[in-house]
Ligand binder design. Sequence first.
Ligand code: NAI
Length: 730
Amino acid sequence: MAKYSVNGDIGVIRLSYGALNVLGTPTRTGIRKGLIRAKSDRVQAIVVCGDNGNFSAGADITEFGNKSMEEPLAELLDDIEKTTIPVIAAINGYALGGGFELALACHFRVASTSAVMGFPEVKLGIIPGAGGTQRFPRLVGLDAAMEWVTYGKHYSASDAAKLGAVDRVVPEGSDVFAEAKSFVNTILRKPLITRRARDQVPPDASRAEEIANKYLTVVRQKSRGQHCPVDCIQAVKSAAFGSFEVGMKTEQHILKDSMASGQRKALTYSFFAERTVKKWKVPSTDIDWKNSRAKNIKLGAVVGLGTMGRGMAINFLIAGIPVIVTEMNEKFLESGLKSIRGIIDDMQRRGQITASQNATMKRSVSGTLDYSRLKDVDLVIEAVFEDIRLKTKVFKALDKACKPDAILATNTSAQNVDDLAAVTQRPDKVMGMHFFAPANLMRLLENVYGTKTSAETIATCMDIGKRMRKVTVLVGNCYGFVGNRMYFNYVNEAQYLLEEGASPTEIDKALIDYGFAMGTFQVGDLSGIDIGYRLRMAMGITAKQQPPGAIENRRGGFRYCPLGDYLCEKGRYGLKTNKGWYDYPSGRTPHTSPEVMKIIEDYRQRVGAAGSRVDAQEVLDRMLLCLVNEGFRILNDGIAASPLDIDMVWVHGYAYPKHAGGPMFYAHTIGLPKVLDRIRAIYNRFGDSVPVWQPSEMLVRLVRDHGNPDMSTWMESSTAFLKRPVASNL
Ligand code: NAI
């Protein structure tokens, strides 16, 4: 909605639609009515401002794709700009996307120093489509406009003022509307012709090609596989050639294409999924975000300051919670504390925190080797070695040392949360809080509830995730939870593809071309392939621990791929030894390794594997569909509450390309009957030697009962969500 009023001889159009004054149909029609009335009232000037401390956060995303959209924003902004009455935007809070375009169509802009501006559209896979790609470069030049539109970042009012896009910046806390009103007196006699962005030419238009190439080089590297950043560059560049009207035609043409693209749909899906997972629920119970209350955590603790613990301590500090950290001995404690202080200094160097925040953070972290100092903590997260006996010992000690209502959480990658709960006197206050490396940077927190975890404990850990600024997904307890349970299959599948004829480089290339930041073998080298090897050694299943001939004679049994073992036996642990699946002769760039290729070839010969060419489509099918099949099993078991939760785990924890939505969204886009056919074909090929390919019951049931159901109906078929026992539903 937008309300019109007259204040002295000024017409006021006040946006008032939800907390962020989005430009949905009621807002746009309200602005139109205000404009008409202001003209008939013959006011001296019009001030456009917003309620609730915000100008406008932009389009109403729920209207995307709605063909019968009333009062298109681009036409409305055209009429605002063309009006002969001076129009001033009074900006506070958010002026983003369509909201910023509205401000740019006004003739003058007055903004609070705390205002936040920019074009986040690219993050949803679309270009600004109401003249933003045409007005902004005409006001500030192509170079700055390409940066703003293509990167989609937020900027301050003073950033905009430096470029000439804001006329007056007023101190935070001042009444922006009153400031805009007083600004009117200074502009009344200025000719509007010089104030309309449409009448300008970008000052750097003659360098259009050079500037566009500069940004193309960046986005081809940073946003590989994404169309939209390239579209943004093309649209802004077009402002250098021809009239505003011609530029608008180009913008609208590119917008139409980006609106229809699969990437836009996936990015919009991800946008909503990120918000939906906050509304967590425990399947088959009435425990959810609405009916559970979080406890206030005032003091935290972290046990173990290795790779993970350091970043986790930082997360407490980001949430504004003082943290006590502990280690095995004085030396490790000191080194951990030093590293935490180093991360805090880095944050200041990058401009993420101020000097005074740096000092507060450093004051808020303290170290101890004495568990009795943990007696007042409200939440302690354990991050010691992945060894269940050690973790059990630590949990027993924490249970004794911490006050009875403290929550004890583990950062285990896969172990059973219930086993740890069982050794304490407070199983209702035990939780898994699975962060991803580096814990202070990776956005995912996978929160794992056990059989006895209380609603209050879950609510508290979900709330802490939010305070730590994580995408926090609630999942159930099983080996590997959601992310690693799927990841284990993914890594195995890559090795089966090696056996069948693909090389590490070919497999990684197919994944990178799809949009992953890295291929699976590169990731393995980065995190160290010796970790899995040591785990397999402990389980007694590495190649050399198996009876002679067991690997070669694979028929009928479980297919075990020993290639990772062979590499580790040759000291090829990954990047840390400069050789793993790849060679790293200098730095971190992977090079195909002749030694690895020979190990693979010798092995293929020994087991009689075909070693034929495996094309990129086969690689992608196998790598993605093994995730999908396990994803349906996870849904069926009630380990994830919805496919959106699974996708957010993969997008934010495993760098699954956001512009592809996630593995479950992928299944949705290709259609479940096709997914099932393909999975069945692969299963028929390998049989029970690779049991993960047995089609998930839920997937079979969905296709049998619904054909190709929409994602929203998937959960109706989940066994975990059905009231009646499984058998009677089959
Ligand atoms: P790490 O080996 O880097 O660090 C473990 C730390 O715990 C060491 O500094 C060690 O001195 C300390 N420690 C051992 N026993 C202790 C005790 N009794 N009291 C206090 N400190 C003790 O291991 P990392 O990688 O940090 O892993 C920690 C946990 O996080 C494991 O459960 C792991 O599975 C999990 N995790 C690891 C991820 C990774 O990428 N590294 C990702 C997600 C979870």
